[in-house]
Write a new protein. Structure first.
Ligand code: GTP
Ligand code: MG
Length: 293
């Protein structure tokens, strides 16, 4: 798409996009795609070998979109040597490659959308999201631009509520502080899947219709990175003293200064997580200490 394109697109004009799925093994990447494309769920685990490639057509607004989906294996085995071979097999079908290091660059190149998946019952799969982004950035090389790629984070397997260990606020915070879309999904029940894909494709279409650049008004992120860091630090504090960054028994003056700086930081962060950072007993312990001084 060129920046000089007319605002109103020709109805029905088809668009071709490339979408890839990323995330640890067994988080449900293939099942999410299968649920959307084939409206079914397979409970037996069939690990993706290398990369599965498929093409699907979707109608978004007045445009028909041809989607090339590259569903990646999450198992590390495919990223240590063997991966290069697997990528080679897939990429070879699209464009001939001449030498190994180019293979992965070619693979990530020209991606319009990434579906980043983690399992809400597996903390490691959530923690691994950063490493997936680093891998993609590295493979795209110094000239690769991830700014205009639409990322959607799927917090998957929400049907397994009993095993859940990554709550919604934590996942949403991570995603939105990076400007990514966030959806709670279950490939098993289908919850959130259509909504996720619809919003994902709409966002990709917006980018394509803005000359391949993310429209300025497109960001619905609730948090800046700084705000997210502050919220994360507060959430991880073990008690109110820790939250204020002071030692138990600190002087009234030190406490006052700390409260003041916390308030200044939080004024900008409109944190929805503030209420859940400490227990009433911990807050009472600081208040009690203050009244004693
Ligand atoms: P790799 O291909 O190895 O990277 O795994 P993957 O991320 O593609 O996982 P896959 O879709 O193959 O699903 C792994 C296992 O999780 C399978 O047994 C699925 O049936 C199961 N699964 C996937 N999504 C869900 C879900 O939303 N809920 C539940 N309960 N199970 C799911
Ligand atoms: Mg798979």
């Amino acid at each position: 798409m060129e920046a000089s394109m007319p605002k109103r697109k020709e109805p029905g004009k088809s668009l071709r996009i490339k979408v890839i799925s990323m995330g640890n093994a067994e988080v449900g990447k293939s099942c999410i795609i299968k649920r959307y494309c084939e409206k079914r769920f397979v409970s037996k685990y069939l690990a993706t070998i290398g990369i599965d490639y498929g093409v699907t057509k979707v109608q978004v607004r007045d445009r028909e979109i041809k989607v090339n989906i590259f569903d990646m294996a999450g198992h590390p085995f495919f990223y240590e040597g063997t991966a290069q071979l697997c990528c080679l097999i897939v990429v070879w079908r699209i464009t001939p490659v001449t030498s190994e290091p180019q293979v992965r660059n070619e693979f990530y190149k020209d991606t319009q959308g990434v579906i980043l998946v983690y399992d809400v019952g597996q903390k490691e799969s959530f923690d691994a999201l950063d490493a997936w982004l680093v891998e993609m950035k590295q493979d795209l090389g110094p000239h690769g631009n991830m700014e205009n790629i639409v990322f959607v984070v799927c917090a998957n397997k929400i049907d397994c509520a009993k095993h859940r260990c990554v709550d919604e606020s934590e996942g949403r915070l991570w995603a939105e502080s990076k400007g990514f879309l966030y959806f709670e999904t279950s490939a098993q029940t289908g919850e959130g899947i259509s909504e996720m894909f619809q919003t994902f494709y709409l966002n990709i279409l917006d980018v394509c219709e803005h000359g391949g650049k993310r429209p300025a008004t497109n960001s619905n992120a609730s948090f800046t990175k700084e705000q997210a860091d502050t919220i994360r630090r507060i959430r991880n504090s073990k008690d109110s003293w820790d939250m204020l960054g002071i030692k138990p028994g600190a002087s009234r003056e030190l406490l006052g200064r700390s409260f003041q700086s916390q308030e200044e930081q939080q004024r900008g962060s409109h944190s929805p997580c503030r209420h859940s950072t400490t227990t009433p007993a911990q807050d009472a312990s600081v208040r009690h200490h203050l009244t004693q001084q």
